[in-house]
Design a protein around this ligand. Structure first.
Ligand code: ZN
Length: 255
């Protein structure tokens, strides 16, 4: 599932391919932007802000969000795509490279991206990461369940379902605990550490082990024994938005 680390890595690949070059082919494959053509514009920067990705030109920024299924692929022009063409939402070419955004959850043009994204909390992978501010924002709503608060991008930006489950497990905290009962600074530090360690890895791991089936403490491991106490890992689904609201946990290690 795309989280802050996925988007950070995608931005790094896009930056390498596009930044400093003029777009020589631009195709938006969504109705609202079908007539837009950024050909001739120079890509001035490519940035990630939490789970949001910005491709900046002098006049506008291309803002995208991967949501559940999205991905940016970068390859040389002419190379075969690894996802079906009907999933492509945008195709950009510059300097012999081609970037294709597949199944993007958000794709829009922003004139002032920093203003639009100003609501986001400190970016866990950002240059200006501010742990104290993240703690302050989380603590501002003491009755809220910690599992929900960690996912709220206004508190801190970059955590999705996977990291939420893993962070709560490693801190021994049930995701249903109210924020007021949680020791927030070490939890926020752990979140930063985990995302930072994974920001350029091709395979995400929170255990430090990259072998298949050994990468996660609890996420995706329902029914398997907890790596610490062997109790079967459980999964709860909150609400009805499908996979977006799933939490995995060890009923013994977390309370
Ligand atoms: Zn356990």
């Amino acid at each position: 599932m795309p989280e802050g680390d996925t988007v950070f890595a995608a931005a790094a690949r896009l930056r390498k391919a596009l930044a400093g070059h003029r777009i020589d082919h631009c195709q938006f494959r969504i109705p609202s932007l079908a007539t837009v053509d950024l050909t001739g514009q120079e890509v001035t920067a490519v940035r990630s802000v939490g789970k949001h990705l910005l491709i900046d030109t002098a006049d506008v920024s291309i803002h995208s969000h991967l949501k559940m299924e999205g991905a940016w692929h970068v390859h040389r022009v002419g190379q075969r795509w690894r996802r079906p063409g009907f999933e492509a939402r945008i195709v950009l070419r510059a300097n012999g490279s081609e970037a294709v955004g597949f199944a993007l959850g958000i794709l829009e043009l922003l004139e002032d991206p920093d203003a639009t994204l100003a609501y986001l909390g400190p970016d866990l992978l950002g240059e200006h990461w501010d742990a104290a501010e993240a703690v302050r924002r989380l603590a501002a709503d003491p009755d809220r369940e910690i599992g929900e608060a960690l996912l709220d991008q206004r508190n801190l930006a970059g955590i999705g379902n996977v990291y939420r489950s893993e962070i709560c497990f490693l801190r021994g905290v049930a995701s249903t605990r109210p924020v007021a009962e949680v020791n927030l600074p070490p939890m926020v530090e752990l979140a930063r550490k985990m995302l930072w360690a994974n920001r350029l890895r091709t395979t995400r791991t929170t255990t430090g082990n990259t072998a298949p089936n050994a990468r996660m403490w609890v996420y995706g491991r329902r029914g398997h024994g907890c790596r610490r106490c062997q109790t079967p890992i459980e999964r709860v689904q909150l609400g009805s938005i499908g996979g977006e609201r799933v939490i995995y946990f060890c009923p013994r290690c977390q309370s």
